[in-house]
Write a protein that binds this ligand. Structure first.
Ligand SMILES: Nc1ncnc2c1ncn2[C@@H]1O[C@H](COP(=O)(O)OP(=O)(O)O)[C@@H](O)[C@H]1O
Ligand SMILES: [Mg+2]
Length: 233
């Protein structure tokens, strides 16, 4: 049984259909990448899994039970955490306060604590009392990761974590992924940077205009196949 499964997942914004029957799964311990152009439906997909976009019903199963009807706070308690697109930190709160918000109301314990997050991203230890707004984009992204990890999720969803960051900073962020995987979490990574996603993923799905256009192991695909699935050309 997969840890996460979506079956025929559809999503609407009013009359506009954003997802057309998405079938995916993530096995325990896997790192799965979702690639696709702007507007392909990647964030909508993650929001359906995390309860931020209501109405997924039976189409999303986590650990063998439907979760599509649950509110976001319940989903976190079950062990799904999101590193959202654009990071969405609380600007007036300190680094440490932002991290602790991720643990608020959670009973689950595990590998991830303030201490282990500071080991993963040492720069955050020095900045722990600083307001989130005073941080660089890369440092803010580290806080967003830490805030998700501190709930000790079984599945970590990451939405375009490299967007707008310098290559050296992206490298630092991506080097954290194997450590997170080692801690026992499964990872679903949404990315527009195809090469980077394929470099870390065990499996990949490509989305285009609300549909899965390609799925399988990164080694199965050549450039032309990926280009066609990504751009439809
Ligand atoms: N709140 C919203 N209201 C209406 N349409 C939306 C909303 N959010 C996203 N969309 C539309 O849904 C489609 C998928 O968007 P999104 O999931 O954000 O794509 P991606 O994350 O792959 O860039 C796009 O056509 C986008 O314009
Ligand atoms: Mg998006």
């Amino acid at each position: 049984m997969a840890l996460l499964e979506t079956h025929d997942l559809v999503a609407f914004y009013g009359d506009f259909q954003a997802l057309y029957g998405i079938d995916t799964y993530v096995d325990e311990g896997e790192t799965v990448a979702i690639i696709g152009a702007n507007g392909a439906g990647k964030s909508t997909f993650l929001h359906n899994i995390t309860g931020l976009h209501a109405g997924a019903g039976e189409a999303v199963q986590f650990d063998g039970r439907p979760v599509g009807h649950l509110p976001a706070a319940e989903i976190v308690k079950l062990g799904i955490a999101l590193v959202p697109e654009g990071r969405r930190l609380f600007p007036s709160l300190s680094v440490e306060e932002n991290l602790l918000i991720g643990a608020y109301g959670q009973k689950k314990t595990g590998h991830w604590t303030l201490e282990t997050i500071f080991e993963l991203f040492p720069v955050l230890r020095q900045l722990r009392r600083s307001p989130a707004t005073s941080l660089s984009g890369g440092q803010q992204q580290m806080v967003a990761f830490g805030r998700a990890l501190i709930s000790n999720p079984r599945l970590l969803l990451c939405d375009e974590v490299s967007l707008g960051l310098a290559p050296t900073v992206i490298k630092d962020i991506y080097e954290a992924l194997p450590v997170i995987k080692e801690s026992g979490a499964s990872i679903m990574l949404v990315e527009q940077d195809v090469q980077r996603a394929l470099g870390v993923a065990d499996r990949v799905y490509c989305f285009m205009e609300g549909r899965v256009t390609l799925s399988g192991h990164p080694s199965e695909f050549d450039h032309a196949t990926i280009r066609s699935a990504y751009f439809g050309t």
